[in-house]
Design a protein around this ligand. Sequence first.
Ligand code: UDP
Length: 567
Amino acid sequence: RQAYFRSDLSLLLERVGSGKESLSFMRRRMRRLAAQWAAAARRLDERLRGQYREQKRILVHVGFLTEESGDVFSPKVLKGGPLGEMVQWADILTTLHVLGHNLKISLSVKELQGSLGVPPGRGSCPLTGPLPFDLIYTDYHGLQQMKQHMGLSFRQHRCHIRVIDTFGTEPAYNNEEYATLHGYRTNWGYWNLNCKQYMTMFPHTPDNSFMGFVTEELNQTERFNIRRGKVNNMAVVYGKEASMWKGEEKLLTILHRYMDIHGTVYYEAQRPPEVPAFVRNHGLLPQQELQQLLRKAKLFLGFGFPYEGPAPLEAIANGCVFLQPKFSPPHSSLNHEFFRGKPTSREVSSQHPYTEQYIGKPHVITVDFNNSQEFEMAVQDILKEKVEPFIPYEYTCEGMLERVNAYIQHQDFCRHSSPFPTANESRSWPGNPPTPFLQLPNSTALIWAPNITAPACWPPLSALRLFLSSEDSSCVKTCQDAGLICEPSYFPFINNMEAFNGLNAQCESLEAEKNHVFPAVQVDSRECFQQKEPLLFSCAGVSAKHQRLCPCRDYLHGQVALCRDCL
Ligand code: UDP
């Protein structure tokens, strides 16, 4: 059946219900953004006209909001607890609904069992019959619950699952055997999924799919009003809890010499929060009122926590400059409590690396906050600068609809029993080469030879650009340096001798092993290694002793998840 865009959210709002504060928060958000979603759907519908979109049966099981997982979030919605996850789930549900799919929402293990057709109370009874859904969106909590309640059929059906995973999961942590043997085992990883099944809040490592969320957009009148209503010396501090402001009195005092400082720190009537007396604290605000405050403010100031939340994008969308600390050395699961146990080695270079890397000046200023002179100069520069509201396309409703639609129509992790061809299949091309690769003129990169039929793949192999990294460089970085992005779906097609030869790797020998930096060349011995375990193909992997084979592709301006030929 064909999917048709929907602009009316009433059915969705009804399904979400309002039994808890978290659900009410999500409903309020959906209602507030309804017109924006409808307009985006109209535009995308127009652009995709003529394209057949299949309607999918989709189950959304929000594990972290189930009582069975302890639901620690709902009681803190009005008390300064994290709201980013709620923002993202509200937007995911809206996207799936607006795209016209057949949606079922589950917020308890009982509903999950009902939806899957597992008799309640039967523990890990396997499903009889086929899975009644094409796709299941859930989170790590939900994954655990599904495994528990689907028994053996979990393995069989897991290719249909998508895991909403804020900070991302890297291949070395995802492959159970490898993680256990090599010290990458965490509380979260080791599910042996295709890493593209993990969907992140920001485009972290391209090993995962970037899901994202949306930022409220401005119409012409609102833009005009913002330009008129900006108060040049007004700053808002990022942080709903007083603990996020702790130890920052010195910088606040410097800032206060130039600007009036506002905060939105939660507090209980009897106990005002411990922030300096010159701060005007509004208490936790409803999202809409926070937007109003940001429309007036010139500066949004982060002190390093929370990491990678939605609020900086909202501030930038409302014409604020986001001033944030650079982390040197970067924070990661190796050196910071917050990231410890998360299934990623990603190095976080500032409070919000996405805004630093993808948006940058004049909207985002990243400086060393330990150097108060540098901080003060940044404030002075911000006061002089005139900055327009800005939203990257991928964080608009249209951008999110476009991206998620492409995933739903093209990503298929069930096609092979293993998500990739086996090591043998990908070892070499059948028959004698003509090699499938050609050197790109004036470049070290290889491309797919146009006269050789490309195997079916999404993103299409026409976008492939193959590089040899320098040692100690990941494929994330190698592709980035070439103005491209690493594309892990291409690894199976470059895991062969032809690729090594094409890149002039001068292999002394060729072997296949399980290692998350392979395919690669060992620098001192010129031994070449293919990847033996397809689940270990990794953009993020890095090794001081190896030069890696890196499959890269182009991306659309403002929509890094998609290439030119992806739509
Ligand atoms: N927010 C809000 N009221 C406030 C402060 C923040 O509604 O007083 C919202 C904000 O609009 C954002 C969400 O909280 O969409 C999450 O913000 P944050 O970036 O702090 O991330 P979190 O740590 O909560 O996930």
